[in-house]
Design a protein around this ligand. Structure first.
Ligand code: HEC
Length: 404
């Protein structure tokens, strides 16, 4: 019963998380698009209304949205006036619940990689929570400081510190957890930007307006910088959230540089997408960024590891293969949602779909991997794909499964 409730919650959190994030990111992209395509009033034109910052016409739903961006006049505050924040907060709240239910369960075991360190699960949870809070403080401090007046330098410092955090996390966490942790660190900063900067600044100038003071554009400018940061973080964060589906990347030895290439190239892609209306080479540039990124990642994937497999036990090699071969995508630690939970599988009794029972000895485990359809576990579709493994690789996987 308990596990049934847990799996329903997981369905609900995940679905609401995806929905809310689509709505939030969709808005972020649309608002930034409108901002970039706004036509400013002609300078020196006596007839333009002085409160107008720009206008834009958009065809949709059988009519034209004639949009104006304006300074708000304290005497004429529009009503109703729509605020945008709950998509962001909902994304963060459901994301946090998911993080707990997927990675912090079983005392943090799903974060760990026993071939990398002997850190305990609770230590890993502490590192994850601490990392999320620390990242926000570091990022926010940089972008509050004088350094923000030299944006190139602030960007470089932020990126260098993020890469340092990745290298550090990669000494303790498994690859999937590293990608996800970095995604959560950036995603939390995005919601904190909304909460601490964007909405607060909007509240400040709205309060001033209500007190009859003129609209101070200074607050809007601060909020806009953070909105821009959020906008450029969307693509990398989405990629990291989906990274469980990219086993060859999350199991790579050169994980941090690969993550770095992904973050930079996706931000560049967004940049060139935004330049579409004033830079004719935008599409070619996106292809070039894509080719360079794929080339770099390919090199990093082939490059021999700095720490090789020498000295690893068979079970540890199996543990790496389990991720690299994509097994971990379905057989998630501590979860039996997509595929049977393989914890303590060795020598346990397995109920089969045809009503029979079998003891999960070595022969059964081998058969389950080599010919998944031979015996199908009760309650699951026969959906496990066959994989081609060398004899050695199969031995390592078996050795690993025996220790789980
Ligand atoms: C697409 C999802 C998927 C992937 C990828 C996958 N499995 Fe499975 N696996 C399943 C499902 C579903 C079952 C249960 C149905 C069955 O027995 O065929 C299963 C069953 C098993 C079993 C038997 C479990 C039991 O409780 O008796 C073993 C062992 C196993 N998988 C190991 C692996 C290994 C090792 C890999 C990687 C090489 C892997 N699986 C990849 C979905 C997957």
């Amino acid at each position: 019963m308990e596990s049934e409730i847990a799996s329903w919650f997981s369905v609900i959190f995940r679905f609401v998380h995806v929905l809310a994030s689509i709505m939030w990111i969709g808005n972020s992209i649309l608002f930034t698009w409108m901002e970039l395509n706004l036509i400013a009033p002609k300078a020196g034109d006596e007839n333009t209304d002085k409160d107008l910052l720009g206008h834009l016409d958009m065809l949709h739903g059988g009519g034209v949205f004639h949009l104006q961006k304006r300074v708000i006049n304290p005497g004429a505050i529009p009503s109703p006036l729509h605020w945008f924040m709950w998509q962001s907060y909902t994304t963060w709240i459901t994301g946090t619940l998911l993080l707990i239910s997927v990675f912090y369960i079983n005392g943090g075991a799903p974060l760990l990689d026993s071939s990398k360190s002997a850190l305990t699960g609770w230590g890993a949870i502490g590192m994850s929570v601490g990392g999320i809070i620390a990242w926000w403080l570091v990022y926010d401090t940089i972008w509050r400081s004088k350094l923000k007046e030299v944006p190139a330098l602030a960007v470089l410092l932020t990126f260098a510190l993020l890469m340092t955090a990745t290298v550090y996390l990669n000494q303790y966490f498994n690859g999937r957890a590293v990608f996800l942790q970095v995604g959560v660190m950036l995603g939390t900063s995005m919601t904190a930007n909304v909460f601490v900067h964007i909405i607060r600044n909007q509240k400040k100038f709205m309060a001033a307006l209500l007190a009859g003071k003129p609209h101070d554009l200074k607050y809007g400018k601060q909020a806009k910088t953070r909105s821009m940061h959020n906008h450029y973080m969307t693509f990398p964060v989405l990629f990291m959230m989906l990274s469980a589906h990219f086993p060859q990347l999350i199991s790579a030895d050169w994980l941090s540089p690969i993550l770095g290439v992904i973050i930079v190239s996706l931000m560049l892609v967004k940049f060139f997408m935004n330049s579409r209306y004033y830079f004719s080479g935008w599409l070619v540039s996106i292809f070039i960024v894509f080719l360079i990124a794929v080339g770099l990642i390919k090199v990093l994937l082939i490059m021999p590891a700095s720490t090789s497999d020498v000295g690893l036990t068979d079970a540890q090699k199996g543990s790496k293969l389990f991720v690299a071969q994509g097994c971990a995508v379905c057989h998630q630690v501590g979860s039996s949602q997509l595929a049977p939970n393989l914890d303590k599988i060795y020598n346990s009794t397995v109920q089969l779909a045809d009503g029979g029972k079998v003891v999960a000895d070595e022969a059964y485990l081998r058969e389950s991997i080599e010919r998944p359809q031979a015996k199908v576990v009760k309650g699951y579709p026969a959906s496990m794909p066959p994989v081609s493994l060398t004899k050695e690789q199969l031995d390592y996987l078996i050795a690993y499964l025996k220790t789980r």
